[in-house]
Design a protein around this ligand. Structure first.
Ligand SMILES: O=c1[nH]c(=O)c2[nH]c(=O)[nH]c2[nH]1
Length: 296
């Protein structure tokens, strides 16, 4: 029985880059977490310790900072495309690259009703994301968002499920539905107005969550993905990972009180995890675009 080296990639994970655009007195901030991963002629490195094709992860990290200095960072998709193109076209033996970027939001501090020029507050946990993959000739762009926490206080039911001797869950025709949305969507080209597309997809996801009368989070997931594909011809598929953030109505009979769906215990774990891919039937699958992306 032989032993061989299988697929591999390597790079610098989670470079924390903050770039301040000081070109006008009204500063702008880009706060990013950037990970690079390279592939190519790396068997010798693994098999014999020959590092002649191993562009150090330290150099990869330096490149991220230098690129932010040499030109404005711009949209995360464009920054990732620039980095990926650089690594695959300049590093000897490197034929593939994956650049992951999470963008952390900052909002201007409001002073006397106006946004301050150079003072900011963190805009919550939500992150805008991109995963750009250079796969030989092609660049795939998968953009998305993480930790978009949403809740609806009615308009959600869950019943009709099979019961067995282990079932205790009561059927309900009115419950709280809450989740922290992770969504990633694959573009079919790189000729896209990234910021405009992102804002519109986010709005479609939120509207579908709000407007779907839900019989299960699975059904809401499909409606959210469908709403995006309906509005966005530039997107081929949407992948969603939706933790069901359970809200259990508390039984208050112990002190003689009823509870008409007003008082809940927000349990943080365990949680149901509902995941799925919504795709156009004519879309050609591109597994390389998704390789080793965390949730999928
Ligand atoms: O929307 C839901 N989907 C499930 O699959 C499920 N399972 C469960 O216990 N509660 C729920 N809710």
């Amino acid at each position: 029985m032989g032993i061989v080296m299988g697929p591999n990639q390597y790079g610098k994970a989670e470079v924390r880059l903050v770039a301040v655009d000081r070109s006008t007195p009204r500063h702008r901030i880009k706060d990013l977490t950037v990970s690079s991963a390279l592939r190519g002629e790396l068997d010798p490195a693994h098999l014999t310790g020959d590092n002649s094709k191993v562009l150090p992860t330290d150099t990869q990290k330096n490149t991220v900072f230098a690129f932010a200095r040499e030109a404005p960072v711009g949209e995360i998709e464009d920054f990732a495309l620039r980095l990926g193109k650089h690594f695959t076209s300049t590093a000897d033996g490197i034929t593939g690259a994956r650049i992951l970027i999470d963008e952390h939001a900052w909002e201007r501090i409001q002073v006397d009703g106006a946004g301050h020029d150079h003072s900011f507050s963190r805009g919550g946990d939500e992150k805008r994301t991109t995963a750009v993959t250079f796969d030989g000739e092609h660049a795939h762009v998968v953009s998305g968002l993480r930790d978009l926490v949403v809740l609806k206080s009615t308009g959600s039911e869950f019943h009709g499920y099979p019961k067995d001797r282990y079932t205790t869950l009561a059927e309900t025709s009115d419950r709280v539905l809450a989740t922290a949305v992770t969504a990633r969507w694959r573009y079919s080209s790189t000729d896209v107005d990234w910021a405009k597309s992102f804002e519109s997809v986010r709005a479609r996801l939120l509207a579908a969550f709000a407007e779907t009368h839900s019989y299960a989070l699975q059904q809401t997931l499909y409606e959210m993905g469908k709403a995006v594909l309906h509005e966005h011809p530039e997107i081929a598929e949407v992948r969603l990972s939706l933790p069901n953030k359970h809200h259990f109505a508390v039984d208050l009979q112990f002190c003689g009180l009823d509870n008409a769906n007003e008082v809940f215990h927000a349990a943080d774990r365990p949680y149901g995890l509902i995941e799925g891919i919504v795709t156009r039937d004519e879309a050609e699958p591109q597994p390389a675009a998704w390789y080793s992306i965390d949730e999928f």
